[in-house]
Design a protein around this ligand. Sequence first.
Ligand SMILES: [Zn+2]
Length: 82
Amino acid sequence: MAEHAHISCQEVVELVNDYLEGTLTPHEASLFEQHVNFCDGCDWYLDQMRTTISTVGRISEEEVPPEARDRLLGAFREWKRR
Ligand SMILES: [Zn+2]
C-alpha cells in the first residue's frame, strides 16, 4: 500500500454513498475503511448514514429525505428522555 494513500474527512463524506452502495473500487473502499477506523467523526457519520439507509431503503446524493431525518432526530430525543 502506498504511503500517500490517505483520504480526508471531506472525501469520506463525498464517498459514503458510494461506499454503502458498494460501488467503490476495492482500493477506494480500503482507504475509506482505513480512515473511518481512526476517525471518530467519520465513524459516527458512517453510522448515521447506515441507520438512515436502513430506515428509508436508499439515499441519493444531496437528498437526505426530511422524513428520515425527522424520524432520526425524534428517535434521539426519545432516547435521551429515558
Ligand atoms: Zn474523518
